[in-house]
Design a protein around this ligand. Structure first.
Ligand code: UDP
Length: 326
């Protein structure tokens, strides 16, 4: 395979696992990343890295003119729900408007396929769990809206132009490469498992639980935590699916297992063998009570076969990575 797979956000947490998985699959990744959250060191040797924004049409167009692109995997985005509530316009620019520019470049250069990082946040407060893809999309925060608008753009563009896409609605991505080659490196990460392993290792002073008055078994929010290596494997599966000429698709990526915030804390304490302070606080804006995926579609259509469907494994890998960080 001669052409490149363009990975936007390839220096970030998920993107860095993606480039490794692409290399292992015999593909040639090429990374665009504005390095706002990503790190140069997260891009493997030999993988071309272009530092800049996917919202810069001249920059992206120039790269596409020089490197033939077989497909785009678009990760570059802002991903923190409460931040999106506080700074919605940043999310509509970074996640929505910049995606529009990238998709426009892809259409003009006749890139045939695009895999898009969507999110369970498009469902909002779901009426049923596990959530299937046909359920209504009524996001309750700007993050989910900023991503849903990109799904709509892709749907319209795929009808008008020869581009097929897979929108993968990620549930809660966590963990790290089992071989220790990549992980979540941002010191300012806000996601629960990262925060909890930092608390266990004494890198932060305990952990706040944002609400124990939700309509769930223990009152804390329930999420479906998916191992980052299984998540990136779904992208390899989606590429194979699109290249086989199949129609565009929207798929959940999760395990169909829900764990509460308090469950996660218990597992991190048990796996690490370290106790840490846990403070019960009020609700955080924009949080739905429970998000658990149905993953039948990813399994049947894409042939996705999760290999790390186990919260302890996810936590063990996240801890191992956190220990290696300064
Ligand atoms: N959460 C928490 N304390 C933290 C970070 C997160 O209680 O320090 C909760 C958060 O309110 C949500 C769940 O953990 O209910 C997952 O949040 P996260 O930010 O990891 O992912 P999200 O589901 O918002 O994408």
């Amino acid at each position: 395979m001669d052409n490149y797979i363009l990975v936007t956000g390839g220096a970030g947490y998920i993107g860095s696992h993606m480039t490794l998985a692409l290399q292992a699959a015999g593909e040639r990744p090429l990374v665009i990343d504005d390095l706002s959250a990503g790190l140069r060191s997260a891009v493997p040797d030999g993988v071309p890295l272009f530092a800049g924004s996917v919202g810069d049409a001249a920059f992206v167009g120039d790269i596409m003119d020089r490197y033939p692109i077989a497909a785009i995997i678009h990760f570059a985005a802002s991903v923190v729900v409460p931040e999106s509530v506080a700074r919605p316009l940043d999310y509509y620019r970074n996640n929505t408007a910049n995606a529009r520019t990238l998709i426009d470049c892809a259409v003009q250069r006749k890139v045939p396929h695009l895999v898009f990082s969507s999110t369970a946040a498009v469902y909002g407060e779901p009426d049923r769990t596990p959530i299937s893809e046909g359920q209504s999309t009524q996001p309750i925060n700007p993050y989910g809206r900023s991503k849903l608008m990109v799904e709509w753009m892709l749907d319209d563009v795929a009808r008008a132009h020869p581009l097929s896409y897979a929108a993968l609605r990620y549930f809660n991505v966590a963990g790290a490469d089992p071989d220790g080659r990549a992980g979540q490196s941002s010191p300012n990460a806000t996601h629960l498992i990262k925060i909890a392993v930092q608390a266990a290792l004494g890198k932060r002073d305990g952990l706040d639980v944002y609400g124990t008055d939700y309509p769930t078994a223990d009152g804390s929010c329930v999420r479906d935590y998916v191992h980052v290596s299984d998540l990136v494997a779904a992208h390899i599966d989606a590429l194979r699916y699109l290249r086989a000429g199949n129609p565009s698709v929207i798929c959940n990526i999760g395990y169909a297992n829900g764990y509460s915030v308090l469950d996660v804390i218990e597992v991190v304490k048990r796996v690490s063998g370290i106790d840490f302070d846990v403070r019960i606080k009020g609700r955080r804006p924009g949080d739905p009570a429970a998000l658990v995926a149905s993953n039948e579609l990813a399994k049947s259509l894409l042939g996705w076969r999760p290999r790390h469907d186990d919260l302890e494994t996810i936590v063990r890998h996240a801890l191992a990575w956190e220990r290696r960080l300064p």
